[in-house]
Design a binder for this molecule. Structure first.
Ligand SMILES: Cc1ncc(COP(=O)(O)O)c(C=O)c1O
Length: 371
């Protein structure tokens, strides 16, 4: 593994970590099964199970088609996705990542000089895109316990004269919180014409809440004031393959497609994604493992008197009982990579779920740190 990547991305972290490693060789030795070159990755909200066996098989076979453009297979995947949602191919826009669609939607608002309204703590790529396209970005403070303050976001949007783009992630990253579907859906329905919604449903398939409803229902009902984004990076375990998609009214999707090359997906990822959609056993295993590991973390934190934010994603934002930097360092010494600073305060960290086995190791180390 690239050592810079392993060290946590910045030179200053690297220096701190290197110093810490020198003073704590005992902890490094104790970690045994994980090493500096093979750390336990609990930092990027990936699916720890690896790709579905059917997707791997399909990807291997697809390599023999690497000299062909992906066109027909993109259409097949689009049809599969449309069928799953009860929509038409024309409602689907596939790209090499959902982040690319997020960027395209924000770019599409640039000539309207839209203001982006988003919760203060959320996935940071929308803000990055807004900066790239010179759009102003209003970050609305979070409510109590990192709840999204929909009323405050709506009030802010109503004060803006021109075009508004609301970026809303549910379940949110890095908080894991699901915003009640009825509050999102009601807002989209009553919003004035100058307000457009980008609803990021990256963690949609992992939600267990029986009251959850995807905003795709609004696309189905004919609403033209939203785009929903989804990804194969999470439950489908294809983060490294880079494939995601958007869902919107046909007219809206046609407009968004003007802002990205809609065939910019590789044939291997496309064919593997189609196979993955059909592997229901793998889907269930991923869902169940994620539920089980989250319960393990809730129990552990509860025992230690540390708060967790209830999560509907594949990660948990939890109190760490110490400051973030020394915590990251201590975990690094045990060859575990945990989340980076995401604006949630010094005493919190976002922990991505590993397998049951991996989380057992994490819990052992976390408890030792707090004993
Ligand atoms: C809310 C959210 N949206 C999008 C993404 C990225 O998805 P993709 O890999 O399809 O770009 C992530 C990744 O962590 C995320 O948390």
């Amino acid at each position: 593994m690239d050592r810079r990547l392993f060290l946590g991305f910045t030179a200053s972290t690297a220096v701190t970590v290197a110093t810490a490693s020198l003073v704590s060789i005992a902890a490094v030795k104790a970690s045994g099964r994980y090493t500096a070159n093979n750390p336990l990755l609990l930092n990027k909200n990936e699916n720890p199970l690896g790709m579905s066996p059917r997707a791997i098989e399909a990807a291997k076979k697809a390599l023999s088609k690497g000299h062909r453009y992906a066109g027909d297979y993109v259409t097949i995947l689009g049809e599969d996705l449309a069928l799953n949602e009860g929509l038409k191919l024309q409602n689907i826009g596939i790209s090499n990542e959902s982040t690319r669609i997020i960027d395209a939607v924000i770019h599409s608002q640039a000539n309207k000089n839209a203001t982006i309204v988003a919760p203060a703590i959320t996935y940071d790529q929308a803000q990055e895109a807004a900066d790239n396209w010179n759009l102003s970005y209003q970050a609305i403070p979070m409510g109590e316990d990192f709840k999204m303050d929909i009323a405050a976001m709506e009030a802010a949007s109503l004060k803006i004269d021109g075009a508004v783009l609301v970026y809303l992630v549910s379940p949110n990253n890095p908080t894991g919180r699901l915003t009640p579907s009825n509050s999102i859906i009601a807002w989209i329905k009553r919003a004035p014409d100058n307000v457009f919604f980008l609803i990021d449903e990256a963690y949609h398939e992992l939600v267990a809440d029986p009251f959850y409803e995807s905003t795709v229902s609004l696309v189905k009902a004919g609403y033209k004031n939203l785009v929903v984004t989804r990804t194969f990076s999470k439950i489908y375990a294809m983060a490294g393959m880079r494939i995601g998609y958007g869902i919107a009214h046909e007219e809206v999707m046609n407009e968004i497609k003007r802002y990205y090359a809609s065939w910019n997906v590789n044939i291997v990822a496309t064919i593997a994604a189609s196979a993955s959609l059909k592997d229901h056993a793998f889907f269930k295993r991923s869902f169940d493992e994620n539920q089980a590991t989250k319960q393990m973390i809730y129990k552990t934190m509860d025992k230690l008197g540390l708060k967790c934010i209830p999560s509907e994603g594949n990660f948990i934002l939890h109190e760490i009982g110490m400051d973030l930097k020394p915590y990251q360092r201590a975990m690094f010494e045990r060859h575990i990579l945990v989340g980076r600073d995401r604006g949630t305060g010094q005493s919190w960290n976002r922990l991505s779920m590993g397998t049951v086995d991996e989380m057992t190791y994490f819990i052992e180390q976390f408890q030792r740190l707090h004993s």
